[in-house]
Each structure stands twice: as structure tokens, then as C-alpha cells.
Design a binder for this molecule. Structure first.
Ligand code: ZN
Length: 202
């Protein structure tokens, strides 16, 4: 998910490394620690995969751990606060979120309770440059597994709860544009209005 008006700071000019494309060795993809690897974000309207239902993760594997790390890199690079596996072309029930308190991984998530409601602006890395108003539950209780397949239950509210509901929808092929109230708006129109303090625009 991309929060409208969320700006990345310090992501430019940091000498980032893009895509480790060394050939596989001994049948395994070898990578250095701390190498940033970006996956291609799937864009709504260009890719039917975003509309498909993802499958449960039967077991954590090295390949899936790599995928989770790449998803985080891709999310941070794009200035997002959440990303789901289908957004990088993998139909697995996994997403991760960082609303400013570090990355939280959700594998095979189940939403077990929704409470209240909140109406606010929402964007998506798969719908670049756009946002719209969406009403979501104010509080959510989710059961999921972490990257070690340890189960946990988490209660979230506010923006974190919004992000969980947004990312969960991706696993069922649902995008926020299906739930929007009113028009899909252009981010640039807002940014021009806020030009006086838009010093960190990416
Ligand atoms: Zn999204």
C-alpha cells in the first residue's frame, strides 16, 4: 500500500544497488548479504495476475525468505508502506507492512475480527500516482504466521489496520479501486497544492 502523501526521504543519492543478476551457481541462487534486490511491481491494467487468488504457503523455504526480503526492498524503494506477494508476481498468501515501526511479515493471514470504521485516503504500488477514498474497519484482528512459520495473533487499529485490510485484499485479487468512494484522484494534483512544503517529494 502507498499512503497518499507518503514521501521517501534519503532514498536518492544513497548509491543503491539494483538487481543482483549473477548467474546461479551449483543450482542455487547465490547472493551476498545486504544486497538489495528489487522485483518488478505488477501494475493494474497491465497484469491479470493481480486479479487472481493467491495460494497458502505450505512451508517456509529459502526461496520464500528471499522473496520476502526482496518484497521489503521493493516496497521501500517505491515508497510504500505495504506490499503483497502477488504485486511482485507470486501468487502466495504473504504480505508485509511497515507503518514506521519496522517490517511486520504476515504469512497465510486470516482476518478474524473487524470492528468500527474509518474513511480515508488510500493508494497502492500497483496503481501508481493515484489515490482514492476508501472506508475500512477501524480495528482488525489478524491471525498469521511469521517468517519462521510461528503463529501469532495481532490486533491493529487506525492506519496499520487499514494497511492490513488493503494487503489482505491483494491475496484475493481485490484492489482498493474496487472499494473506492468517488473518483480515482491523481497524486500530482495534490502535490502541486502542497508545493510550499513539498521539500522531500520523490
Ligand atoms: Zn496495494
Amino acid at each position: 500500500m502507498r499512503e497518499n502523501g507518503y514521501n521517501t526521504t534519503g532514498s536518492s543519492g544513497t548509491g543503491r544497488i539494483v538487481l543482483n543478476r549473477r548467474p546461479p551457481q551449483d543450482g542455487r541462487e547465490r547472493r551476498r548479504e545486504n544486497t538489495m534486490a528489487l522485483r518488478t511491481l505488477r501494475i493494474l491494467g497491465e497484469d491479470d495476475l493481480l486479479r487472481k487468488k493467491s495460494k497458502p504457503v505450505p512451508a517456509m523455504t529459502g526461496r520464500l525468505r528471499t522473496l520476502l526480503k526482496d518484497m521489503a526492498d521493493t516496497m521501500y524503494e517505491a515508497g510504500g508502506v505495504g506490499i503483497a506477494a502477488p504485486q511482485v508476481g507470486v501468487l502466495k498468501r504473504m504480505f508485509l507492512i511497515d507503518v514506521g515501526e519496522g517490517v511486520k511479515i504476515f504469512v497465510n493471514p486470516e482476518i478474524v475480527a473487524l470492528e468500527g470504521s474509518q474513511t480515508g485516503s488510500e493508494g497502492c504500488l500497483s496503481v501508481p500516482g493515484k489515490h482514492a477514498t476508501v472506508t475500512r474497519a477501524e480495528k482488525v484482528t489478524v491471525r498469521a504466521f511469521d517468517e519462521n512459520m510461528e503463529p501469532f495473533t495481532l490486533e491493529a487499529e487506525g492506519f496499520f489496520a487499514r494497511a492490513i485490510q488493503h494487503e489482505y485484499d491483494h491475496l484475493d485479487g481485490i484492489l482498493y479501486v474496487d472499494k473506492k468512494e468517488g473518483p480515482l484522484l491523481d497524486n500530482e494534483a495534490d502535490e502541486e497544492e502542497e508545493e510550499t512544503d513539498a521539500t522531500d517529494a520523490d
